[in-house]
Design a protein around this ligand. Sequence first.
Ligand SMILES: [Zn+2]
Ligand SMILES: [Zn+2]
Length: 263
Amino acid sequence: MRLSFMGQNIRIFKNTNKGFLSVEAAIFFPIFFIGVLTLAYLIRFMSIQESVFHSFTDEARVLSSEARFNVTAPLFESKLKTRIYDENGKDIQELDLENFQYLYYLSAPGMISIDLNYYIDIKLPIPFIDKLPVSESLLFRGFVGLERPFAPISIEEMEREEPSHLVWIFPRAGGRYHKETCTYISSEPRQLTMSKIIRQRYKPCSICKPFQLSDGGLVYCYIKWGEAYHKGSCPAIDKYVVSIEKEEAIQKGYTPCSKCGGG
Ligand SMILES: [Zn+2]
Ligand SMILES: [Zn+2]
């Protein structure tokens, strides 16, 4: 009698509870479900991003160690793309390398910088999440196996997004430093690093025939009116200008131009 009373009691309690649970479930289950999916999504997303970044830094390490032989952007790009697509399949889309620069930062030669952009597209049934863009940047030194007469680049310098204050000099001649707009500078050939943009904008010089130049190598162009890019040994290039940090120019004994004030 006591048991059956208890049984009844329990049954009533259960029934009530069930009713309550089903109402609660109707409200909270979708929220719970979305929560679990979102979490699953974030975990996948982060593990893919981690895997891509690992491949990126690993290939960059190889590039750095081989920098004394060759630094070729297209080769690096194709190697990296093949590896990342192989490892991650269709979760990765529109992988693209940008701003591949070598020796671009004159106070710290041998630096290589690369930006990597891609989309992570995870197939999960979440209608409101489309593929997400990811951008990674690397800045590292190409190992060339040479002692260089420059101080190691500091963390602050590496973190600085843009050179703080550039002036223009004639590195072969020394002397004055100038503003970019100074007429002494604007009409002279500029030392640049070879890139896709230069190939698009200029033709190879017919005298020095700079066909062997790979991306990242040094080229010389008359920015204002030139149509060709040249090798440093070309007779058309007897002097050229480069930009350096103002502080560095002063340290090296350059003095401000009397015409433009030096910038
Ligand atoms: Zn000047
Ligand atoms: Zn030439």
